[in-house]
Write a protein that binds this ligand. Structure first.
Ligand SMILES: [Zn+2]
Length: 185
């Protein structure tokens, strides 16, 4: 397993739509294992393949460190698709690709998601609260959407300086990153 560098805001790969996984190949399994390793290293609770520069519809989730969710073992979702949404709530979010920026986002409170598991079997999961939120955040990544896209222009302005720093590659985090400044034009 390998810790992969995480692409940060301003990197084009974060704005692209990831493609469905057609077949469970060794490469996909390797990707999933590396994503778990990367997520652990970065102390993240979720990661999408776009964030490690891969445009495949794969996300990994690990909420087992969160109080009350210890029983949910880390798992990966291939080709996840939200098939139902109910109610909404607003809490603060952050993102490994947008370090140090946190703000409130409104999302559905309860969701139903269809996906393939790591055995490539069709599965459905109903999730609420934080687990639902992590999944929605990560599925957004697969569609090229970041949580900061939901902020009002005023709130974005509040974060402008920090976002510019991220774009310039002036980031201090304890995990490897690829910033927009690293990418040749
Ligand atoms: Zn994120």
């Amino acid at each position: 397993m390998a810790v992969l560098p995480i692409y940060t805001d301003g990197s084009p790969v974060l704005r692209k739509k990831a493609l469905p996984v057609k077949q469970l190949t060794d490469d996909v399994i390797q990707l999933i294992m590396d994503m778990f390793e990367t997520m652990r290293k970065a102390s993240g609770i979720g990661l999408a393949a776009n964030q490690v520069g891969v445009l495949q519809r794969v996300i990994s989730i690990d909420v087992s460190e969160i109080e009350g969710l210890e029983n949910i073992k880390p798992f990966a979702l291939i080709n996840p698709e939200v098939i139902d949404k109910k109610d909404s709530w607003t809490i603060e979010e952050g993102c490994l690709s947008v370090p140090d920026v946190r703000d409130e986002v409104e999302r559905a409170k309860t969701i139903k998601v269809r996906f393939k598991d790591t055995g490539f079997h069709d599965r459905e999961i109903e999730a609420g609260d934080l687990l639902a939120r992590v999944m929605l955040h990560e599925i957004d990544h697969l569609n090229g959407i970041l949580f900061i896209d939901y902020l009002t222009p005023e709130k974005r302005k509040m974060h402008a300086e920090l976002l510019q720093k991220i774009h310039r590659g002036e980031i201090e985090v304890n995990y490897p990153v690829v910033t927009a400044a690293d990418i040749p034009l």
